[in-house]
Design a protein around this ligand. Sequence first.
Ligand code: AMP
Length: 118
Amino acid sequence: MAYDSNNIFAKILRGEIPCDKVYEDDFALAFRDINPQAKVHTLVIPKGAYVSFDDFATTASDAEIGGFARAVQAVAALEGVTESGYRLLANHGKHAHQEVPHFHIHIAGGESLPGLIA
Ligand code: AMP
């Protein structure tokens, strides 16, 4: 699947649409989910143009993958869920109902979580 540079997270990265920003570095941007499924529900996206985890893991550089993983950890710490616990989730493709075709990881926590968030 080709990357669509008009997807909503691409627009957020370009500053065309606002977001509730939590963190930003060279590799990643993190912002709160607009429709939270838990008390803490934050999205972390890479700065590069990757459709999904599958695309990211296949084509991103080691530096991007490492930087992104470190950013996810930093965001969890900033959101205060490291001690209490959190869930990471990334949807890839149709069966997972991925809505936004720019790779993102959901960080969910802040309370005891039920089954998997969608
Ligand atoms: P997914 O199904 O994994 O693609 O999840 C996409 C997520 O992006 C959903 O949880 C949406 O609530 C969230 N979302 C969509 N648009 C925005 C936005 N403008 N700002 C923040 N979160 C958004």
